[in-house]
Design a protein around this ligand. Structure first.
Ligand code: G6Q
Length: 542
């Protein structure tokens, strides 16, 4: 059984260091070092990270880097890139980095260079996208495809949705892109509302092609298509393509494997947006932009693999996140993009971070011994400022924030962008420095109200400032978070690539399905679940 990381010398040194640092306010740290704001920053691949507003000193960073060294982070990064089966509980390699490796490079899994197969699928995707765009691929009645509906859930949905929203500026505006994930029929009904079946192509995106939600939605889509096209089964071939690793199940559904785009079991769902799961993204932004997205991912992969840790952006962000979590005791992280196109980025990060690092045991099954993945959440700025930021500024909890902003707007409009950026800078400043009781009184605030107006400050944040939201930049940003998650998981010695936690609910749901209609229910559940099932049956009249 492995020892918890908390027993390591580096961890213990960090604990005693935190005891010394804790009384210091960010105001004091900045006052003591006038260059702090420029010194504690890193500029990598066009991403400027200002981490000076974290409660850290040079000594903190030195100790965090010692922790990375002592826990063998370098060895683990090398193992991932070498194709070792680091997803131990599923006995799989973890090679999303191969999905964006350029032609001519080599990444070996099971004795074979996987890059040529990856590039071959990308070429088939590009060819398909071009045929749809040019009108060479038509629907069953000969009409051009104008609507793309991606059916998938979890990793087969969140990446495609996020990327489509993020890169909408670059998308084919003459086409409509919609996404169905939820098993709630409303999701399907709304996603197909107003669409004509003869112009609509469904992408059934499912690694396993067995997921209940996706298969249920895919069958509804099949029925919707046939109903709209006079019931001719031959229509399915022109209105459905599949993205999957399960060719047999795809064929059984009625989709020719010629219209299937494959990937591999070494691609985890939440790490799959650069695989064929990105087909809707490629259809939206075109193969050239998709290539730029991959190039951005690859640039960050290479940086993560090769940069020394003290200048390694994902390593540094991972270490700071771990510091705030394990030493400052922060239980959540707010991700606050000041970029409307990134409105689904927090939701995407929720899966990436929480499914990856929401684990209670180490790779060998022994207890992890400390807190693991924090709760990620967020909304685009400035909207959040008018709602939940109150708690971040003056509540009793510590909530580190990641602010993300771009210097050049994609839609310049009068003063809007300066006003947006003024807000993001102001938020970080207010969180760090706050407003003291003396400052409040000096403003003439009545004594009875002074306490309400005090901001204690000392609340940590990162600010990521980028030039412009492009496909390449999005790739770098996502890969940055992927590898930051990896860094934290490696230090905790957990398996960041499995997701057993989603299994139990799935199994129990399958058991309940037959009990909701038809014959007698087994009533073999607890009294609460039994009562809910009974009431549901009464209410729906079953
Ligand atoms: C992600 C998870 C999970 C998965 C979905 C969809 O890492 O594995 O979110 O992506 O359950 O699975 P399928 O693609 O197999 O339908």
């Amino acid at each position: 059984m492995s020892e918890s990381v908390t027993r390591s010398a580096a961890w213990q040194a960090l604990e005693s260091h935190w005891r010394e640092l804790q009384p210091l306010h960010l105001r004091q740290l900045f006052a003591a070092d006038p260059a702090r704001g420029e010194r504690l920053a890193l500029d990598v691949e066009g991403i400027y990270l200002d981490y000076s507003k974290n409660r850290v000193t040079d000594e903190t960073l030195r100790l965090l880097l010692a922790l990375a060294a002592e826990t063998g982070l370098a060895r683990r990064i090398a193992a991932m890139f070498r194709g070792e089966r680091i997803n131990v509980s599923e006995n799989r390699a973890v090679l999303h980095v191969a999905l964006r490796a350029p032609r001519g490079t080599s990444i070996v899994e099971g004795g074979e260079n996987v890059v040529p197969a990856v590039r071959a699928v990308l070429e088939r995707m590009a060819d398909f996208a071009e045929r749809v765009h040019s009108g060479a691929w038509t629907g069953h009645t000969g009409k051009r495809i104008r609507n793309i509906v991606n059916i998938g859930i979890g990793g087969s949905d969140l990446g495609p949705v996020m990327a489509y929203e993020a890169l909408r500026h670059y998308s084919a505006r003459g086409m409509e892109f919609r996404f169905v994930s939820n098993i709630d029929g409303t999701d399907f009904a709304e996603a197909t509302h107003g669409l004509c079946a003869d112009e609509t192509l469904f992408i059934v995106a499912s690694k396993t092609f067995t997921t209940l939600e996706t298969m249920t939605n895919a069958h509804s889509a099949r029925a919707w298509t046939l109903a709209g096209l006079g019931g001719d089964e031959a229509a399915v071939a022109k209105h459905f393509v599949a993205v999957s690793t399960n060719a047999a199940a795809v064929a059984e559904f009625g989709i020719s494997t010629e219209n299937m785009f494959g990937f591999w079991d070494w691609v985890g769902g939440r790490y799959s947006m650069t695989s064929a799961i990105g087909l809707s993204t490629m259809l939206a932004i075109g193969p050239a932009n998709f290539g730029a997205l991959l190039a951005g991912f690859h640039a960050m992969d290479e940086h993560f693999r090769s940069a020394p840790f003290e200048r390694n952006l994902p390593v540094l962000m991972g270490l700071l996140a771990l510091w705030n979590n394990n030493f400052l005791g922060a239980e959540t992280v707010a991700v606050l993009p000041y970029e409307q196109y990134l409105k689904r980025f927090p939701a995407y990060l929720q899966q990436l971070t929480m499914e990856s690092n929401g684990k209670h045991v180490q790779v060998d099954g022994s207890p992890v011994g400390c807190q693991t993945g924090p709760v990620y959440w967020g909304e685009p700025g400035t909207n959040g400022q008018h709602s939940f930021y109150q708690l971040i500024h003056q509540g009793t909890r510590l909530i580190p924030c990641d602010f993300i902003a771009f210097a050049k707007p994609l839609n310049p409009l009068g003063e809007h962008h300066d006003l947006l950026l003024a807000n993001v800078f102001a938020q970080g400043e207010a969180l760090a420095f706050g407003k003291t009781a003396d400052e409040v009184r000096a403003e003439g605030t009545p004594e009875a109200l002074a306490a309400h107006r005090v901001f204690e400050g000392n609340r940590p944040s990162n600010t990521l400032l980028l030039e412009k939201l492009t496909p390449e930049m999005l790739g770098k940003l996502v890969a940055l978070y992927e590898h930051s998650v990896f860094t934290q998981g490696a230090i905790w010695n957990i398996d960041s690539f499995d997701q057993w936690g989603v299994e139990l609910g799935k199994v129990l749901a399958q058991r309940i399905v037959p009990e909701l209609s038809g014959g007698a229910a087994a009533w073999a559940h607890d009294s609460s679940t039994n009562a809910l099932i009974r009431r549901y049956r009464q209410l729906k009249g079953a």
